[in-house]
Design a protein around this ligand. Structure first.
Ligand SMILES: *[C@@H]1O[C@H](CO)[C@@H](O)[C@H](O)[C@H]1NC(C)=O
Ligand SMILES: *[C@@H]1O[C@H](CO)[C@@H](O)[C@H](O)[C@H]1NC(C)=O
Ligand SMILES: *[C@@H]1O[C@H](CO)[C@@H](O)[C@H](O)[C@H]1NC(C)=O
Ligand SMILES: *[C@@H]1O[C@H](CO)[C@@H](O)[C@H](O)[C@H]1NC(C)=O
Ligand SMILES: *[C@@H]1O[C@H](CO)[C@@H](O)[C@H](O)[C@H]1NC(C)=O
Ligand SMILES: *[C@@H]1O[C@H](CO)[C@@H](O)[C@H](O)[C@H]1NC(C)=O
Ligand SMILES: *[C@@H]1O[C@H](CO)[C@@H](O)[C@H](O)[C@H]1NC(C)=O
Ligand SMILES: *[C@@H]1O[C@H](CO)[C@@H](O)[C@H](O)[C@H]1NC(C)=O
Ligand SMILES: *[C@@H]1O[C@H](CO)[C@@H](O)[C@H](O)[C@H]1NC(C)=O
Ligand SMILES: *[C@@H]1O[C@H](CO)[C@@H](O)[C@H](O)[C@H]1NC(C)=O
Ligand SMILES: *[C@@H]1O[C@H](CO)[C@@H](O)[C@H](O)[C@H]1NC(C)=O
Ligand SMILES: *[C@@H]1O[C@H](CO)[C@@H](O)[C@H](O)[C@H]1NC(C)=O
Length: 836
């Protein structure tokens, strides 16, 4: 691949850009014309208005003009003088020019891009495939890759969908990028401009379907007005070859249709679904199908009537079958009222228990949609054993692009490597190679359908996801869904080139940050397969390990004073290890052969258990938390090294997020470490945990207008205590004298930024104002907010290079606002090189 780094590095930084273009900015590539003969003509074979071919034609003109600066003309036929792009379906091409080599190998949505001859030939198996070919050509040009290419590119899986968890009221469940682009105030939006823009992004990733509403579905989606609206959405996405799908509420016949029942075996219920399905298909003839979450987390389903999950799924399958639709049926079915006193109870067993006897009982057009792990998008899980249990069903893997448990787009966590690890996992069904990626494509068990469902959470934020950096995850999802053999780092680097240009330092820095981000996050959240350790009963954002246990949700750690972990062995535990094929089961059954990173997923062990690394479990917890948080601090410096190489707006925006992450990683570090220290009473060998010589606790300062406050959970405040103003109209003052030696310090203040108030703060040292700030994370960050002082709201602000004289008065003034009582935790005086 000839990538012209040297010449392209001189690229000027664009002025204000439309950020919603993401990786489709088509930044100008200087000197492109020196490397290729820039096509000046385009021949589209049947560019019927509104078709993907017509879209491809417009996209090629727009992209080539933007990348090369040259305008193209639309022509009826190629000419000899200049390079022409010929684009169309393989059938249309054959009619005009004879069969194209390789076209017999094309599968649905596949394409051929041939730039080896004098013309550029882009031929799709269907119109959508041709559009994909056009995007591929533009992506190569935009990356300065002018090497000739020819060959067939086929998808590995037919289903490459996103799932949007948008509610009709315009909110998005687990979305961190603003309000819905699909719904508002109970109805489908009128203005679909943004929907078309989203479809364009997805088409460039070869994603071919979007479920537009939440799996926790609202039956009023089926109202006449909303069905008209769905047609509008489908019309907006159709030019991009993106098909619309919807989530259904199982109880709709009763709650919306007025029937007395929603029993799937009741003929009136069947007829009701058949009718409403026909009504929708009349307006959306190419609807992709339905997604159904049934009997899960309080949702209604067939079990209400003692019918099987297959009975439920097949009811929908029969309704959509005449229209060529499919049903994605979620395997996320479990009892959320299990009892921890039962050592053998295990939510991780649920999917196999609910589905194993139904293998072969679902209709052909049903696809069982399985989350990648047995629990719920945790920072580390083994693959879901259901992938190897179902031999006679088409399956799809559900991945989460919106990082519900992984920092909610306020922490940089590049997920390509996590997904890749799961997709490459060999489950050894029947002792034969059985990689997850080959199961979900239908290849391993010879199933007709299969593929990918990615939960995106795209919203009306300019960046779609609430963060520039988070877009690498959407990009990687689409690329892996098309071809799971790709290398996640190579995918990332394509995204970097397309998003930030060609500077080598930009490339190496963002690559390094991104590739270290998942391991760092795992290090400062939950280690060794214990799950993320976030607050599972509230916002899923900050630390709260105790929330895992003593409730019916079954995300238990079983941590006590001596030991921790889930015993999932067959010999003494929940038997979950035995749900895997024999070779894998044997590995997980034996503590010696279980990899360290899943030790606590499968085994209950003392804190003093030795790992393969030689460390004890508890010391690994401590060390990993220090290492992970230290890496998050480096991200700030790494990003700062790019100043001047990234346009101001994105530079500042990402810097703000990286600083937030650096601060919040310390909240995580200290919170988890002190929690397990408190429980185990085993000291950190390196004496860091609970020992913070550079801190001044707010509760130890002289307080006026402030009072102390015992934070819950206790481990989310340094010293377990914070201070809050005595009322929500008060301005509080906390003072002390700096006992540290005179010198230059980075001064960090840890405070709590609650939603529902924008407190004002001021830090003065020796009568000089060091800084002023506002507790306004609700305006600047996208994560799920908290109304409490806790691990979600705990925040740090740092002032670098502050001159401090020993004995200087340190004075923090906090002015309460709304429900936010200007809460403060501590101040750190950090000598150069110290992070605490
Ligand atoms: C041209 O494209 C339109 C829109 O996709 C399609 O309906 C029509 O069948 C095509 N015509 C031919 C001759 O292929
Ligand atoms: C072109 O391909 C089609 C479909 O593969 C085949 O039926 C036809 O015979 C081929 N025509 C020529 C001229 O090779
Ligand atoms: C369903 O949506 C309608 C319209 O927005 C709303 O009034 C109703 O409360 C929603 N129902 C549920 C269960 O959320
Ligand atoms: C529709 O939305 C787009 C982008 O969000 C905006 O630019 C446009 O003005 C809107 N159109 C109307 C008619 O409101
Ligand atoms: C079919 O559904 C439509 C839309 O909800 C409704 O207006 C119509 O009455 C239904 N027809 C039958 C036969 O139930
Ligand atoms: C389902 O079966 C259980 C026992 O098998 C029975 O108690 C219950 O009444 C049944 N429910 C319905 C709705 O038929
Ligand atoms: C869990 O089981 C124990 C022992 O059988 C029982 O005492 C307890 O009440 C149960 N807890 C719940 C929430 O059902
Ligand atoms: C076996 O299970 C029991 C609970 O039934 C547990 O207390 C014990 O620690 C387990 N033994 C081993 C060796 O893991
Ligand atoms: C994570 O922690 C492990 C174990 O302590 C360490 O080897 C690794 O370097 C750390 N990686 C990052 C990115 O924090
Ligand atoms: C700081 O200001 C206070 C009140 O304005 C004053 O009394 C004090 O002398 C000043 N201290 C220093 C070190 O300037
Ligand atoms: C987008 O989201 C970011 C992060 O949540 C926020 O700072 C920014 O103000 C939002 N911008 C728009 C236009 O919604
Ligand atoms: C103080 O809090 C109360 C109750 O939350 C609220 O109603 C009131 O508006 C707040 N006052 C101010 C000045 O923010």
């Amino acid at each position: 691949m000839r990538i012209l780094i040297a010449t392209l590095a001189l690229l000027t930084l664009g002025a204000a850009e439309d950020r919603s273009q993401a990786w489709l900015r088509y930044a100008h590539v200087p000197n492109a014309a020196q490397h290729i003969s820039v096509p000046s003509r385009i021949v589209a074979l049947n560019a019927t208005s509104g078709s993907p071919i017509s879209t491809a034609q417009q996209e090629l003109k727009r992209g080539i003009k933007s990348i090369t600066g040259q305008r193209m003309q639309r022509k009826r036929s190629p000419d000899q003088q200049s390079t022409t792009i010929i684009i169309g379906t393989s059938d249309a091409y054959a009619k005009q020019y004879g069969n194209l080599t390789g076209s017999e190998d094309l599968v649905e949505d596949g394409f051929i891009l041939d730039t080896e001859s004098s013309n550029v030939i882009i031929v799709g198996q269907n119109e959508r495939g041709a559009l994909y070919g056009a995007f591929e050509y533009l992506s190569r040009l935009a990356q300065g890759n002018f090497a000739p290419t020819a060959g067939v590119q086929n998808p590995q899986a037919p289903i490459r969908w996103t799932n949007e968890w948008d509610n009709l009221d315009g909110s998005i469940e687990r979305g961190y990028g603003g309000a819905s682009i699909f719904f508002r105030n109970g109805y489908v939006v009128d203005n679909v401009t943004r929907v078309a823009e989203f479809a364009r992004l997805l088409a460039s990733l070869r994603i071919n379907g979007v479920i537009v509403n939440n799996v926790n579905a609202n039956a009023s989606l089926l109202s006449d007005r909303n069905v008209e609206g769905l047609a509008r959405l489908a019309d907006a996405m159709r030019p991009y070859g993106v098909q619309l799908g919807i989530s259904l509420n199982f109880a709709s016949p009763q709650t919306f249709g007025g029937l007395s029942t929603f029993d799937p075996l009741d003929p009136s219920v069947d007829a009701w679904w058949a009718n409403i399905t026909n009504v929708i298909y009349e307006r959306v003839p190419d609807m992709a199908g339905y997604l159904v979450k049934a009997n899960s987390e309080g949702q209604p389903g067939p079990l209400t009537y003692n019918r099987t999950l297959a009975d439920g799924a097949n009811m929908f399958a029969k309704a959509v079958n005449p229209h060529g639709g499919i049903v994605m049926f979620r395997a996320f079915v479990y009892d959320n009222h299990i009892n921890e006193t039962n050592w053998k109870a295990d939510r991780a067993n649920a999917a196999v228990e609910f589905f194993q006897d139904l293998d072969g009982k679902f209709d052909e057009n049903v696809v069982v949609q399985i989350k990648y792990g047995p629990i719920d998008f945790q920072v580390r899980e083994p693959p879901n054993p259901l992938f190897s249990t179902l031999r006679y069903e088409s399956t799809a893997i559900e991945l989460q692009i919106t990082p519900e448990y992984l920092g909610q787009n306020d922490h940089l966590v590049y997920l390509g490597p996590l997904w890749k690890e799961i997709l490459e996992y060999d489950l050894r069904a029947d002792g034969r190679p059985s990689k997850v990626k080959d199961i979900v494509t239908g290849k391993r068990f010879k199933q007709p359908l299969g593929g990918y469902a990615g939960v995106v959470g795209a919203g009306s934020n300019t960046t779609w996801l609430g963060s520039h950096m988070a877009l690498s995850n959407l990009y990687a999802y689409g690329r892996l869904a098309w071809d799971a053999s790709l290398d996640p780092q190579a995918i990332l680097q394509d995204w970097i080139r397309l998003t930030f240009g060609f500077d080598e330092q930009v490339m190496s820095t963002i690559t390094d940050m991104s590739m270290r981000s998942w391991p760092a996050y795992e290090n400062y959240s939950g280690n060794l397969g214990i799950q993320t350790l976030t607050d599972i009963v509230y916002t899923h954002f900050g630390p709260n390990p105790a929330s895992q246990d003593n409730n019916g949700w079954g995300q238990w750690t079983r941590a006590d004073n001596f030991s921790i972990g889930m015993d999932r062995t067959v010999k003494n535990g929940t038997g979950n290890a035995g749900q895997y094929p024999p070779e894998i089961a044997a590995m997980f059954e034996d503590i010696e052969t279980t990899p360290d990173n899943l030790l606590l997923w499968f085994h209950h062990v003392p804190y003093t258990q030795k790992l393969k690394s030689g460390k004890t479990v508890i010391q690994h917890f401590y060390d990993a938390h220090y290492e992970g948080a230290a890496v998050a601090q480096e991200f700030v410096k790494q990003w700062e090294s790019l100043k001047g190489k990234i346009d101001q707006e994105r530079y500042e925006n990402v810097l703000f997020e990286q600083k937030f992450q650096a601060g919040h990683s310390l909240v995580w570090r200290d919170s988890i470490n002190i929690f397990y220290y408190n429980l185990s009473e085993i000291a950190d060998e390196n004496n860091r945990v609970g020992n913070h010589p550079y801190r001044i606790e707010a509760e130890n300062m002289a307080l006026s207008g402030y009072k102390t406050y015992a934070v819950s959970p206790f481990h989310t405040a340094s010293g377990f205590t914070a201070i809050i103003t005595t009322s929500n109209t008060t301005t509080g003052v906390a003072t002390t004298n700096a006992a540290f030696a005179s010198g230059t310090y980075d001064v960090a203040v840890n405070y709590y930024d609650l939603i529902g108030g924008r407190s004002k703060y001021q830090l003065q040292i020796g009568n000089r104002t060091v800084g002023q700030w506002v507790g306004d994370a609700e305006d600047k960050l996208g994560h799920a907010p908290s109304i409490y002082l806790d691990g979600h709201s705990a925040t740090r602000i740092t002032f670098n290079g502050v001159q401090v004289q020993q004995g200087d008065e340190v004075r923090i003034t906090g002015q309460a606002d709304g429900i936010e009582p200007a809460p403060l935790d501590y101040v750190s005086f950090l000598p150069p090189g110290i992070v605490d």
